[in-house]
Design a protein around this ligand. Sequence first.
Ligand SMILES: Cc1ncc(COP(=O)(O)O)c(C=O)c1O
Length: 362
Amino acid sequence: MREAFLLEKLNERRDQQAFRKLKRVVGLVDFCSNDYLGLAGKHSGFGQPLVSHGSTGSRLLTGNSTEAEELESQIADFHQAEAALLFNSGYDANLGLLSAVPRKADHIFYDQLSHASIRDGVRLSFAQSTSFRHNDMDDLEKKLSLHAGEGEKFVVTETVFSMDGDFCPLERLSVVCNRYNAHLILDEAHALGVVGNSGIGLSQSMELHDKCFARVYTFGKAAGAHGAAIAGSATLKDFLINFSRPFIYTTALPPAAILAVKRAYELFPTLANERNNLSMLIRSFQQAELKYEKLLSSTAIQGIIVPGNDAVKEVAMKIREKGMDVRPILYPTVPKGRERLRIVLHSFNTAAELGQLIACLQ
Ligand SMILES: Cc1ncc(COP(=O)(O)O)c(C=O)c1O
């Protein structure tokens, strides 16, 4: 990875004696945490947590733990990355990455269907930004060529799109990024746990993870938990610890959340049957003849286009009256005329349940 621009700023911090490092403090009297009444129980005489499982502070103060550091190593190993850093949510991870890394002279290129957390990260960044047409590599290439020669370039996209359920064209994307020396950032939120052997996600399943500058994994989807991690180089991790405000200035994930994520990562390799069930349901749904346009998707996220906010709300209501929870996605979340039912398939949905849903759409 070309990371001289990160090292430059980290070295400045070192020269100013202001380099931030995660530490673990044990055996000292607590005059530091925010656990004013001792209810989190970590350092107080209560011994046991009385109310919650709070982490008592930010990672750089009292919120760091052996469990958090071990989870980061486990995640880095699982995702074949040099390092990983936890964030409190996927929203925070995208914000924390995009607001901190690209500088004023740099340029971010992002898919026009990117999740709000990517867009908000782009808006918080001082870098210039340009969107490219959804999954359109010619458009991306055209836009990259228009900005050749300017600072660092970053291309951000999702591996599985949250509203359409389609994959990004990762092979071409990595070729184009390589051609224009652009750093590739992937949000694997909807791929983790479900795509590839052991649920490793799209980039590793295509053996393209080494082409990525950073990968974002969120735990609120297939991991059934909460939080997120950014996987990348050790330098990137140091950089985020030093400059990413959504990492620095917030209370760390509580121990219970960390343990839940650890368990999910242990379980992922054992869930081949669940992933197979899910694939079977996806295939049946894709093969069904429906009276509405169905988006092409080989992932758990399926879109049925019902143009018009009122029309899509009515279809969703009728399905809900039959006991099935589907939600309408309205304009302006999606473009006018592309309002849709967003159907999410799960390994635990039965063939009979899917049949009932399909019947409602025929
Ligand atoms: C692609 C994508 N990235 C990031 C997020 C945000 O993740 P979280 O819910 O953990 O904040 C989501 C969640 O909706 C998402 O779909």
